[in-house]
Design a protein around this ligand. Structure first.
Ligand SMILES: Cc1ncc(COP(=O)(O)O)c(C=O)c1O
Length: 407
């Protein structure tokens, strides 16, 4: 018998073992995938050829002999786009390239969170952050949100109450610009109020702008980092503007904090070819590719909204996103979406259940998140129709009288 059959060989507290990958579902509305039709293949081929011919020799060195903060050209692309689109005036020297922004979350969590610390998150929130903060032993508290993001009156009361209990949160983690999963954009006045509250209570802000480049309106209020660089840690990603398989994200912060973060990036460098190619491609084409992709995504959202409204009628409450790739939906209270996972999977439909995207799994049991990024319009229509059928068969919702045509 293998020595690895003995559980005592392994460390304590490992996550649950992974299931074997069985292929993506036919109607895949989960995860944060991008549109395969709009990966700019020829542009990437050209960029790869150009940059490898010019800089390929650097691949002989860890970190391309350019140091642990990442490819200088890519850091310049980040600094430039943040200046022009997000109101952030930070030099390329304040940019650290990471292996996806997921690594940035890991590093910042490691830098700031001790077991037992309190952190505040939007009540509906990116599952990857909730699990990472919890894994570090943080006590995760929900901030109330509405369709414009964090409710500032509620937050003011919450911070006052925590202070009365002697609790100073380690940080407020927020996705202010295209929130995941609700798709909201925090208005400017609320941004100022958030900053004022955080100054008053001495609480840093951890700003995650994973989707901020994909805003329907073309622009959003400035990033929190742009408004208060001394109070905010800022992260972003190339997963949503280009491709998640590339594994490129970034942290923006001055050297005083950068110097604490670099030792926590224990991977001998983010993939250098990814960095070189994206620097070359986005150095020339960011302003063409991103608005084009955003328009494509907005069009797919319209298809998904129509499909959900057609199939569910008034039984689905939609949080229409202001950008990005997700539609957040609330079904009637009687529906427990977790009970729909298996029957939906049996007909090839995958969706994200609300409880995994929320701090309170009970009050979010009727919510779900659908990604419209990667599915074709045809698959969106067919998949939503199948999902409504599964929902009706298992819960009686949506009632047949509201939606007889398709059954
Ligand atoms: C809000 C948010 N932050 C961070 C990430 C991590 O993305 P990546 O590691 O691909 O940059 C995601 C992924 O979907 C996300 O939704």
């Amino acid at each position: 018998m293998s020595v690895f059959a003995d559980p005592a060989i392994f460390a304590d507290g490992l996550p649950a073992a992974a299931p074997k990958f069985g292929g993506l579902p036919r109607y895949n509305f989960i995860g944060g995938h991008n549109d395969p039709v709009h990966v700019p293949i020829e542009g990437l081929v050209q960029a790869a050829a150009d940059v490898i011919r010019r800089e390929g020799k650097d691949l002989a060195f860890y970190n391309l002999a350019k140091g642990p903060q990442g490819h200088p050209g890519l850091r310049a692309v980040v600094a430039d786009k943040l200046k022009r689109h997000r109101g952030i005036d930070a030099p390329a020297d304040d940019v650290l390239i990471t292996t996806g922004s997921g690594q940035a979350i890991n590093m910042i969590t490691r830098m700031m969170v001790n077991a037992g610390d309190t952190v505040l998150l939007e009540e509906f929130c990116y599952a990857g952050s909730i699990t990472r903060f919890k894994a570090a032993g943080a006590k995760v508290l929900a901030m109330k949100v509405d369709d414009e993001g964090i409710d500032m009156d509620a937050l003011a009361a919450q911070l006052a109450s925590l202070k009365a209990q002697g609790v100073r949160p380690k940080f407020i983690y927020t996705i202010p610009t295209i929130q995941n999963p609700t798709g909201s954009v925090l208005p400017l006045d609320r941004r100022h109020r958030l900053i004022a509250l955080c100054r008053e209570y001495g609480v840093p802000i951890f700003e995650d702008e994973c989707y901020a480049d994909l805003v329907w309106a073309g622009s959003a209020p400035p990033a929190l980092y742009g408004l208060a660089p001394d109070l905010v840690l800022h992260i972003g990603s190339f997963s949503k503007t280009l491709a998640p398989a590339l594994r490129l994200g970034y942290i923006v912060t001055p050297w005083s904090i950068m110097s604490k973060l670099i030792p926590l990036k224990a991977d001998s460098g983010t993939g250098a070819l990814d960095q070189m190619i994206v620097a070359e491609y986005f150095g020339k084409h960011f302003d063409k590719h991103v608005p084009h992709l955003t328009a494509v995504l907005n069009d797919k959202l319209a298809t998904m909204v129509e499909a959900v409204e057609r199939e569910f009628g008034t039984h689905a409450e939609l949080y229409k996103p202001k950008g990005g790739i997700f539609l957040w939906i609330k079904l009637p209270d009687s529906v427990d979406v977790t009970k729909l996972l298996k029957p939906a999977a049996d007909v090839g439909v995958a969706f994200n259940p609300g409880p995994e995207w929320a701090i309170d799994p009970v009050t979010s049991k009727s919510h779900l998140r659908l990604c419209f990024g990667s599915a074709s319009k045809e698959d969106i229509n067919e998949g939503v129709k199948l999902f409504a059928k599964v929902c009706f068969e298992n819960t009686g919702i949506p009632p047949r009288s509201d939606n007889v045509a398709n059954r």
